[in-house]
Write a protein that binds this ligand. Structure first.
Ligand code: PMP
Length: 755
C-alpha cells in the first residue's frame, strides 16, 4: 500500500503533505493534515520491537498526565489501536502516529545558561514522572545503549580504525569495570529517557519546549539520564564541566541527586561517549553510506580525548559544587611527607619542591588527590602510557590464571622470549629474565666475568646502571658523587664522548674517533685485560648525552680484541623511544654482546632482562645455577608481551619519531629566542635541554633549570633535571605523547623563560 492510501484508510487524512525524515535505522515521516502536524513512525517488523513500541506508547500515555505538553501524544488508528503492522510499498512495517512537537532542535539552538538550566529542570520533571511508571518490556531490555550494559560495546571496539583510539575506549571500559560496576547495586534505577541528546530536545524562546524520541527508554541508572545529556550537550564546549554543572544544579533543585550518583558521573559520561563512537564505528563498517549514524563522531572524539585530561576528582568536585555539596579536602603534603618518613627513609627523595600526591593516571596524564591533571613529559617507565588497558588486562588475566617461577614449563615464558628476541639481531639469541634494570646489570657483569675470566670493567663517565653493589661500582653517577664510595680499583672510566660540553665537539665522526682514542690508550695502559665495556647509547643521568658519532664503532672492536665483551645498557633508550631506532646501539651502528633492558619493558611492572649470545650464555652455564624467583614469571611475561604488542599496534616507535622530531624543532625554535638554552639534544622522545648562564662559556645554570622544573610542575607539567650539574631538563614522556602535548610543554617553557 502507498503511504497516502494508508493514511487515508487508517487516519482519515486526505491529501496530507508527506516528508520523509532521516532515521537511525528506520524511517519517519512528517505528515501535515488539516493544518496539524504529525510524525508517522515506521519500524521493520520484529516481535521484540513490536512490544517495545507498545511499551513506548504506554509510557507516553503515562506522561500525558503532565500539565506541560513537552511530550508527543500517540494518535490512534481509526479502529482505536495505537500500533499496527502494515505493508508500505510492499514491505511490512510496524507503524504508529504521534503528534508533532514544534520547536528548534537543541543542536541548532543558541546555547545559553538559561537553556541549560531549563534542560536540567525539564529532565528532572520527566524523570520524576517516569519514576511512577514501570514496564516489564522496558525492564528486560538489553542494549549497548543502556549504561549498565556498556560492556556489550566491547565487540565494536575492533571496528574503530585507529589502535590508539581503541586503547582510549578500552581504557574507559576498564575503568568502568573497576570503578562503576561494583557500585551498581547502590545506584538508583528507574525508567529514564536514556537518550536526551541534542537532536531529541526542542527549544522555544531559549528554553526546552519538548523532549522527543522515547525509542531508547530504558530501566537504568537515574544518573545515567544526566550522564547522557551531558555527553551530548557539552561535547563542543571549552569547559564541559561548567555547562554540566548548570544542568546538574537545575536538575538537583527538582529531583535531588545523591552523592554516590555524582561520584560515578565522570565515568558514566565517558561510557556514553564510548558507546557512541563504538556504534558509529560499527555502523560505518557495516553501512558506510549511513551518514546519520556517525554525524557527531568527531566532536564526540574531541570530548573523549578532553575527558582524559580531566582528573576524575576534579570532575566530581565540580559536580558536587554545582549542587552545593562540600568537596573533600585531601591530606596536606606536609602531613603525607611526615607520615612517609615515619616508615620510609628520606634517602628515597621526592620530586619537586612541592611533592605531588598522585592517585591515578591515564596514558600521558597523571591525576593528583587535589583534582589536578599533570601532563607527564618525564616518565619513561609507563612507556606505552599510564594504566594502558592492554597491559593492565594482560597482568590481571594472567594473575588470575597462573603465576609461578621458571622451574615449571609454561607457554608465556617462551612466547615472550621469542617475541622479545625477534627484536634483536640473530647473534643476540638468549635471554635471562630478572626483575629490574639493576638486577639485569648485575647479571650482565657476572656473564662478562664468567665469559672472559677477567675482572676489569670499563664504564662511562656519568653513567648509571643500577642500585646493587655491582651497579654502584660501575656507575660513575653514584661512585663519583661527593657522597659516593669512590672508584674501585677494577673499574676504568671512559671520558664521556659529549660533543656539546666535551673537549671534542665535531659530531661528524671525528670527535667520536678522538674520544675513542682515549679508550684505546687506557686499554693499552691497563695491566690486565678488560672483561667488559658498559655504556648507555645516550647517557641519561649524564644529561641525555648521545655518545659521539663513530665512538662505539672504534671502542667495541678494541674491547673485543683484548678479550672483553661490550654491554649496551638500553634500560632508558630501548623499545623504540629513540624514534629512528628500536635499540640505542643501532644509532651507533654496532651490535653489542650483551644488552640490558628494564624500565619500559613492563610499562611499570617490575621486569628486566639480559640478552646475549649463545656463546656468552654457554660460558655462564658452566658455573652455578642461575635462578630468579620472579624473573620470567608468567605474569611478567604476559605484561612484557602486551607492551611489545602495543608498541607495534599503536606504531609507537613511529609516534616517538614524529612527535619527537616536532618536539625537538619547537625546542630549537625556543632556543633561538633564549640565550639560556645552550643545547637541545637527543632522539625521538628522549630529549635533553641544557640550561646555561651563557651560551659561549656554557656555564651551567643549575638554579634556573631547577626553577624551570618546579615552575613547570606548578603549571601541571612534569619534567626532570639531571646531568653532572643538574642543569639539563630531561623529557622522555610515554610514547603516546602527542604533538599538542609537545606544544603545551614548549609554550609553558617559553612563558617561564620570558618571565
Ligand atoms: N640502567 C639505567 C640506564 C637506568 O637508567 C637505570 C634506572 N634509572 C637502571 C639501569 C637501573 O634500573 P632499575 O631502577 O630498574 O633497577
Amino acid at each position: 500500500m502507498k503511504l497516502e492510501k494508508l493514511l487515508r484508510e487508517h487516519f482519515d487524512f486526505h491529501q496530507p503533505e508527506i516528508k520523509k525524515l532521516n532515521g537511525y535505522d528506520n524511517f519517519n515521516y512528517l505528515i501535515e493534515n488539516d493544518g496539524k502536524q504529525y510524525i508517522f513512525k515506521t519500524y521493520g517488523e520484529n516481535t521484540e520491537l513490536l512490544s517495545l513500541v507498545h511499551a513506548e506508547n504506554d509510557v507516553l500515555l503515562h506522561l500525558q498526565s503532565t500539565p506541560q505538553d513537552k511530550y508527543a501524544t500517540p494518535i490512534p488508528f481509526s479502529d482505536g489501536t495505537l500500533v499496527k503492522c502494515l505493508k508500505i510499498d510492499g514491505k511490512m512495517n510496524i507503524c504508529r502516529m504521534l503528534t508533532f512537537l514544534d520547536g528548534q532542535l537543541f543542536g541548532e539552538a543558541t546555547h545559553s545558561k538559561k537553556l541549560f538550566e531549563s534542560l536540567g529542570t525539564s529532565l528532572a520533571q520527566l524523570d520524576l514522572q517516569l519514576r511512577s511508571t514501570s514496564n516489564y518490556v522496558i525492564k528486560s531490555k538489553e542494549s549497548e545503549w543502556i549504561l549498565q550494559h556498556l560492556l556489550l560495546n566491547k565487540k565494536f571496539v575492533q571496528d574503530i580504525p585507529s589502535a590508539k583510539d581503541r586503547s582510549t575506549i578500552s581504557y574507559f571500559f576498564q575503568q568502568f569495570e573497576e570503578n562503576i560496576v561494583p557500585l551498581f547495586p547502590q545506584l538508583r534505577k528507574q525508567i529514564i529517557h536514556n537518550d536526551a541528546n541534542e537532536w531529541n530536545m526542542l527549544v522555544t524562546d531559549g528554553k526546552i519546549s519538548g523532549i522527543i524520541d522515547f525509542g531508547d527508554l530504558a530501566h537504568s541508572f537515574l544518573i545515567g539520564e544526566l550522564a547522557i545529556t551531558i555527553a551530548y550537550t557539552c561535547y563542543d564546549k571549552d569547559d564541559p564541566l561548567e555547562w554540566a554543572g548548570t544542568i546538574l544544579k537545575a536538575y538537583h533543585k527538582v529531583l535531588p541527586i545523591q552523592e554516590i550518583e555524582l561520584s560515578v558521573l565522570y565515568y558514566l559520561v565517558a561510557a556514553r561517549l564510548c558507546t557512541s563512537v563504538c556504534n558509529s564505528a560499527h555502523s560505518k563498517k557495516i553501512n558506510p553510506e549511513n551518514e546519520y549514524a556517525y554525524s557527531s563522531e568527531k566532536p564526540i572524539w574531541r570530548l573523549i580525548n578532553k575527558w582524559l585530561t580531566i582528573n576524575p576528582i576534579a570532575a566530581e568536585n565540580s559536580f558536587r559544587k554545582a549542587v552545593e555539596l562540600p568537596t573533600e579536602k585531601p591530606k596536606t603534603s606536609d602531613h603525607l611527607i611526615r607520615k612517609r618518613h615515619e616508615t620510609i627513609s628520606p634517602i628515597l627523595s621526592l620530586s619537586y619542591t612541592k611533592p605531588i600526591n598522585m592517585v591515578r593516571s591515564a596514558f600521558q596524564y597523571m591525576y593528583d588527590a587535589h583534582g589536578n591533571t599533570y601532563l607527564d613529559a618525564y616518565n619513561n617507565i609507563p612507556h606505552v602510557g599510564h594504566s594502558h588497558p592492554k597491559v593492565v588486562e594482560a597482568g590481571q588475566k594472567q594473575m588470575a590464571k597462573l603465576n609461578t617461577n621458571t622451574r615449571y614449563l609454561y607457554d608465556e615464558l617462551t612466547a615472550y622470549a621469542e617475541k622479545l628476541l625477534s627484536r634483536f639481531p640473530d647473534s643476540l639469541n638468549k635471554v635471562f629474565f630478572v626483575n629490574s634494570g639493576s638486577a639485569a646489570t648485575d647479571l650482565a657483569i657476572r656473564l662478562a666475568h664468567a665469559h672472559t675470566n677477567h675482572s676489569k670493567l670499563m664504564v662511562m663517565e656519568h653513567g648509571y646502571h643500577g642500585n646493587t653493589q655491582i651497579g654502584t661500582d660501575i656507575s660513575d653517577y653514584k661512585f663519583n658523587h661527593k657522597k659516593g664510595q669512590g672508584q674501585k680499583d677494577h673499574v676504568l672510566k671512559a671520558t664521556i664522548p659529549d660533543t656539546y660540553r666535551g673537549q671534542h665537539t665535531k659530531n661528524d665522526g671525528s670527535a667520536g674517533k678522538l674520544y675513542a682514542e682515549e679508550v684505546l690508550h687506557q686499554i693499552k695502559e691497563s695491566e690486565s685485560p678488560i672483561a667488559a665495556f658498559i655504556s648507555e647509547p645516550v647517557v641519561g643521568c649524564g644529561g641525555q648525552v648521545p655518545l659521539a658519532k663513530g665512538y662505539l664503532k672504534e671502542v667495541y672492536p678494541a674491547i673485543r680484541k683484548q678479550g672483553g665483551v661490550c654491554i649496551s645498557d638500553e634500560v632508558q633508550t630501548g623499545f623504540g623511544r629513540l624514534g629512528d631506532y628500536f635499540w640505542g646501539y643501532e644509532m651507533h651502528e654496532v651490535i653489542p654482546d650483551i644488552v640490558i633492558v628494564g624500565k619500559p619493558m613492563g610499562n611499570g611492572h617490575p621486569i628486566g632482562a639480559v640478552i646475549t649470545t649463545t656463546k656468552i650464555a654457554g660460558s655462564f652455564e658452566k658455573g652455578v645455577e642461575f635462578f630468579s624467583s620472579f624473573g620470567g614469571n608468567p605474569v611478567s611475561c604476559a605484561v612484557g608481551l602486551s607492551v611489545l604488542n602495543v608498541i607495534e599496534e599503536e606504531e609507537l616507535q613511529k609516534n616517538a619519531k614524529e612527535v619527537g622530531d616536532y618536539y625537538h624543532s619547537l625546542l630549537r625554535e625556543l632556543q633561538n629566542e633564549h640565550e639560556c638554552i645552550g643545547d637541545v639534544r637527543g632522539s625521538g622522545l628522549f630529549i635533553g635541554v641544557e640550561i646555561v648562564k651563557n651560551r659561549e662559556t656554557k656555564e651551567p645554570d643549575t638554579k634556573l633549570a631547577n626553577y624551570i622544573k618546579n615552575e613547570l610542575r606548578n603549571r601541571n607539567i612534569l619534567i626532570g633535571t639531571d646531568g653532572p650539574f643538574d642543569n639539563v631538563l630531561k623529557t622522555k614522556p610515554p610514547l603516546c605523547f602527542s604533538k599538542e602535548n609537545a606544544e603545551q610543554v614548549v609554550s609553558q617553557l617559553g612563558e617561564i623563560l620570558r618571565k
